[in-house]
Structures are given as C-alpha cells and as structure tokens.
Design a protein around this ligand. Structure first.
Ligand SMILES: Cc1ncc(COP(=O)(O)O)c(C=O)c1O
Length: 454
C-alpha cells in the first residue's frame, strides 16, 4: 500500500467492502464518510483517517470495556501467539489456555454455573445456546420441546437463529420467512408500556405475557425463553425489579429453560459482574461476549448450569463446534481481562461512576424534550421525546436521534442512538474517569442545544 490518503481509504472501501447498515446503492456511489473509518484508537479516544479524534461515549458497540488498544491485553495476545497460536482439534480436548479460562470464568459466574463452551460472537453464542436447549430436552425424551421465545425489542444477534429471536422491526426485512419455532412476546418497557399500563399499578403484566404464550403454544413445545437482562441495542431499558424473579417462576412452572443473554451487560457493564445479579435470579444458560476480552479479540462463551449439564449427559457425544472456537489467543486475552478487572476494581468503578453518570444525566430532566432517563453502572440511556406529558415520541422520519449523535460527534463525543427505539445510549469504557463522564455529559448537553428543538 503506497497511497494511504483519506481519499484512498474511502475509494477502496467504496469499491471493495460489502457494508452493513447503509443503503448499498449510495455506498457504491459515494463510499463511507471519512469520519466513519477509524485508523487508530487508544484509551477512550478514536482517530479517523483524517486525524480527527473523538471520545467514545459508547465503547464502540458497548464492548471496549478496558479501553482501546489496551497494552496489557496486547501483550497477553502476543505472548500466547508465540507460545501456541493454535492447539489442534481433538474431540473433548482443548488447550491449556481455554481450560485455564474455563476454570477462572467459573470463579466469577453464579455458583451453579461451572461449564462453558467457547465460540466467537454473541450471535454464535445465542445460536449455540438454542441448540443446547433443544438438545437438553431431546435427550431427556422431549424432542418436541424446541420452540424459543423472546421479546419485542430484544437483540440477540444476526445469524439466522439469533436474528429470529431478535425484534424483527429493524432486522428481518428481506431475509425470508421466520423459521418455525421462534416467537416473541411483548416487551417490558414501562415508559411506553405495550399493555397501556402505568408501573407499579400494572401487576407486571408483561411478565405474565410469557405464561400466556407458553400456555398458548403448549409447554411441551417450548424449550427456552431468552432475554437480555437490560435491553441494550434498544437503548438501555431497565425492567422493574419484580420482572425477572416472576419470569423465573414462570419458567420453572412450565419447565422452560431461562437463557440470560449477558453479551452486552456482562463483565461489569451494569455495576455487577453479570446483570442478573441485580435481581438474584439464577439462569439456566448464560451467553457472554463483548467485554469478555474488552472486545480486543473475538470470543464468546455459552455457560450451562450444573443441572443443564447433568440433563445433557448421556452416552452419546454432544456435537457442536467451530474450528477456532476457544482460540488460545482469545482465551489468553480473556484471562488477562479477568486479572485487570480484579486488580483495577473495574466492576466497582462501573457501579460508582455509573451513579455519577446518572446524576449528571438527570440534570437534563428539566429539558422539555428529554425523558425516561435510566442507568445502572456505566450503562445509561434516555429518550428525546416530542411531548413529555403524553409520552409521545418524535416521528422517526425526523431522525432526531441521528441528528443528536451527529451533533455530539461533531463536538468530539460519540454516543449511540438505538435503531429500534431512537433512545440515546451512553456507555463509556469501564476504565473511564469522573472527568471523562463529565466531559461526555457536558458535550451531550451542548449537542442537545444544537438541535434547537422547540
Ligand atoms: C445482548 C446481545 N446479544 C447478542 C449480540 C450479538 O453479538 P455479536 O454482534 O457479537 O454477534 C449483541 C450485540 O450487540 C447483544 O447486544
């Protein structure tokens, strides 16, 4: 590569990349904006190909928990590559790196969760978990128990299985019909309750919706219910405290496995190691990714409870794998991630700084168009609404959230706008400081002024 000017990067991208999330005809004509191509990133700061720097208020896809280009994680990857860049592929085998990581992960997951399988992404993790749930029931003599229930607003990834448990409104178009066996119940979203109720006088009807759906389908056909503990892609929407305990009861009543998708919320994001800990609910399976390596390398884990493992244990082999699942270099980085989290009290920082972030965001509650501000740990969100008194959102065609993100980015801070709800999500790396959080909120306030909403 001789010419590495910004124009060249845009041109090569325009001519050779199949991008996601953009109209392809427009992309093939103009290429991406130069500001969307990152050339370097360190700590909280990303630099584009024109040398413009922005502070990440969203940790990329809420995954760069320990900062960009963390030198200790880089060193762990390098050392492991020199020691063993690949460890072969033997049924039931593994590498010392993947086994050490499984052992160490078991020290931080709930007591009843001690076994892990490793894949590469959150989507693969979800697909794998659904297969495990089906396998579990099948070897227990109930092969008809295969349906997977999720909820509106859920995001579980975009491989086929994960996609059809993800809310379809933004993600299913043009990808063929929904395969049989995936269904969704209404969301838990108190600000825009799908049942038209006002919490707490609602009897958590959204949780009862699960029981209704299982009854309708027949409990002997439902394998699992999968949920994000806190909606992430939908913009940090936190359920009421009673929700997941009630969901657990319903799953137990109908013998349906509860799958906890901690891909975004795991590894300290919400001020606990895993978000289900906020409600003392024990899942049957867990899916983790993103923060597992601080997103410096691709890794995901599917965790099964002791009871699920016992149920799966028969004389026949359980067959589900990927050629580079549990890659030793990714596992070495994941081990180092746990060490750093412990040493630098990352979960505590997320919890404490998260309170400050929420206090600062709550200063915006006076704004005539900002509402439904929530956060747990360094995982917060709010909605820019048209009419606060009646909880009426802006017409999506006005693209207010997108304009807000553009204004904030122009001022030097990137945050996310949810494609499904338009909510603004604030989730800086978990190594952020109080000054970083203050700066992010100060910039967002100015960006809000820039919109000049009447
Ligand atoms: C809760 C949740 N599950 C699954 C996924 C999919 O993960 P990936 O993009 O790594 O496939 C995501 C990604 O944002 C997520 O937030």
């Amino acid at each position: 590569m001789t010419d590495t000017s910004a124009e060249k990067w845009v041109e090569w991208s325009r001519d050779h990349v199949l991008p996601s999330g953009m109209p392809l005809a427009m992309f093939a004509k103009n290429g991406p904006p130069a500001s969307s191509i990152t050339d370097e990133a360190h700590g909280l700061v990303m630099k584009d190909i024109n040398g413009h720097e922005v502070i990440s208020g969203s940790s990329s896809a809420v995954n760069v928990n320990l900062g960009y280009s963390n030198p200790e994680l880089a060193q762990a990857a390098y050392d492991q590559l020199l020691k063993m860049g690949n460890g072969g592929f033997t049924p039931g085998g593994g590498t010392t790196a993947s086994i050490e990581y499984a052992y160490k992960l078991a020290q931080v997951t709930p007591k009843h969760i001690n076994r892990f399988m490793f894949v590469h992404s959150g989507s693969e993790g979800n697909d794998s978990a659904y297969k495990i749930a089906r396998y579990y029931w099948s070897v227990k003599g109930k092969p008809d128990k295969f349906k997977i229930i999720s909820r509106k607003l859920d995001y579980h990834g975009l491989t086929i299985g994960a996609m059809y448990s993800t809310d379809g409104s933004a993600f299913h178009n043009n990808f063929g019909p929904q395969p049989y066996g995936y269904l969704q119940i209404p969301e838990v979203h108190c600000y825009h309750c799908p049942y038209g109720k006002i919490y707490p006088g609602c009897n958590i009807e959204c949780a009862e919706g699960l029981g209704d759906a299982i009854e309708k389908e027949g409990a002997d056909t439902v394998a699992a219910f999968v949920a994000e503990p806190i909606y992430g892609v939908a913009g940090t929407i936190i359920p009421p405290a009673e929700y997941f305990p009630r969901i657990r009861e319903i799953c137990d009543k109908y013998e349906v496995l509860l799958i906890d998708d901690e891909v975004m919320t795991g590894f300290g994001r919400t001020g606990k190691y895993f978000a289900f800990e906020h409600w003392n609910v024990d899942p049957d399976l867990m899916i983790m990714s993103k923060g597992i390596t601080g997103a410096q390398l691709p890794l995901a884990a599917i965790a099964v409870s002791d009871a699920v493992f016992d149920g799966m244990s028969t004389q026949a082999p359980f067959i589900h794998f990927h050629s580079t699942g549990g890659h030793p270099v990714c596992c070495a980085v994941a081990i180092k991630t746990l060490e750093i989290m412990e040493r630098d009290k990352i979960v505590e920082n997320s919890a404490n700084l998260g309170k400050h972030l929420l206090d600062r965001l709550n200063e915006m509650a006076d704004h005539p168009h900002v509402d439904d501000i929530h956060g747990l740990g360094l995982f917060a969100g709010f909605e820019i609404v048209k009419d606060k008194a009646n909880r009426i959102s802006y017409d999506p065609a006005l693209a207010i959230p997108k304009k807000f993100v553009a204004a904030s980015t122009k001022r030097g801070v990137t945050v996310r706008a949810s494609v499904s709800t338009g909510r603004i999500q604030v989730a800086p790396p978990l190594v952020a400081t109080k000054d970083d959080v203050d700066n992010i909120v100060d910039v967002m306030k100015l960006a809000l002024d820039d919109l000049a909403l009447d």
